[in-house]
Ligand binder design. Sequence first.
Ligand code: SF4
Length: 120
Amino acid sequence: MDKVLIIGCKNTMDDVCIGCSRCLVGFNRRDGMFERYGADAQLMGLLSCGGCPGAGIVQRLAQVKLWNAPLDESPTHIHVAPCLSDHCPHADDIVTKIQAKAGIEVIEGTHPYLPPVVFG
Ligand code: SF4
């Protein structure tokens, strides 16, 4: 069964993108980069980068593993949210580290609901 871990920007999650609802709704509806998943896929985590400059991201992945080990839960896919992949000045480094160390598929992108403009 596919189990998804979303990673986003600590500065943005829940404060700017309130409730992280667009990622969650996008997953529930299998919209955007979640179109690939079947009905039985599960969202197993929503993780922040840990804060600028994202130096602790690999340790945070290790913490996810440890924290979920008693539950026998582990992600099969990581999605990097647009708050991180599209707007973080450290995104290249962070995504490179995730790709190098996760050991599972890393997909850039989550929901498709970013408005193209503010006005108009
Ligand atoms: S390192 Fe990037 S993703 Fe993390 S809090 Fe800072 S701006 Fe956001």
